[in-house]
Design a protein around this ligand. Structure first.
Ligand SMILES: C[S@@+](CC[C@H](N)C(=O)[O-])C[C@H]1O[C@@H](n2cnc3c(N)ncnc32)[C@H](O)[C@@H]1O
Length: 217
């Protein structure tokens, strides 16, 4: 946890209720330990969708479809979402949830490894995305980045979740479990890259599990 729990609870208490289908899906995800976007991240995404009014959303990391369905509730009518997931156990549920949600006709699920799919999408030149939500394997973010930047429209926004890793990213890699050290190193590399690339403007926001917003200069 990055921010004091009382503050999070207070901020979340100001939020309205989710539509019933999303509330039920959120409860299922929390019950089954599926890592979905936190309430604070939901609010940020909803705000950004209202501000940017995107036409094409790309999500990397669908899990069971919660965040894609969440975004479909608050995106403009003429917007579409493409979301990527590779784990079969998650895909089984994502297929059902995404095909039965109110905006199912606006959401496409691409099945497979995001690294391969992103490379294919970037090569096809079928159109750029003005809203990209990156929420997949943390150690892979740095590998996804070149493809994502090709797919991001000039005035588009890249939202990356879980960048502060419960705050552990700020400490030494030796202060965390050995098995988490690769993620720590690679996430730091990702954060350094997106905050230092000449052509990018990035802000790191300590809400949820840490979110960055990136756009092209
Ligand atoms: C944090 S969960 C996504 C949660 C979802 N965005 C939500 O908030 O409802 C991350 C998901 O990314 C998927 N994932 C991780 N690495 C991936 C990859 N290389 N290609 C496709 N999916 C991947 C995982 O299987 C997992 O379901």
């Amino acid at each position: 946890m990055i921010v004091n729990n009382n503050i999070i609870e207070y901020i979340n208490s100001l939020e309205g209720e989710l539509p019933t289908h999303l509330k039920e899906l959120e409860e299922i995800a929390l019950r089954d330990n599926v890592p979905i976007i936190k309430k604070e991240t939901q609010s940020l995404i909803r705000f950004l969708l209202t501000l940017i009014r995107p036409k094409r959303i790309l999500e990397i990391g669908a899990a069971i479809g919660f965040s894609a369905i969440y975004m479909s509730e608050y995106m403009p009518e003429d917007c579409t979402i493409t979301t990527i997931e590779k784990v079969e156990m998650r895909l089984e549920k994502a297929r059902v949830n995404l095909s039965s949600c109110p905006k199912s006709d606006k959401i496409s699920l691409l099945e497979g490894d995001a690294l391969i799919i992103l490379e294919e999408l970037a090569g096809k030149e079928e159109g750029l995305y003005d809203f990209i939500f990156l929420d997949a394997a943390k150690a892979q973010y740095i590998n996804f980045l070149p493809h994502i930047l090709k797919l991001l429209s000039p005035r588009g926004i890249l939202i990356t979740d879980n960048v502060l890793q419960d705050g552990t990213i700020a400490g030494s890699r030796y202060a965390i479990r050995r098995r988490d050290r690769t993620i720590h190193t690679r996430m730091r590399e990702y954060l350094y890259t997106i905050t230092h690339m000449e052509e990018l403007e990035t802000v790191v926001i300590p809400i949820g599990d840490g979110v960055t917003l990136t756009t092209k200069r």
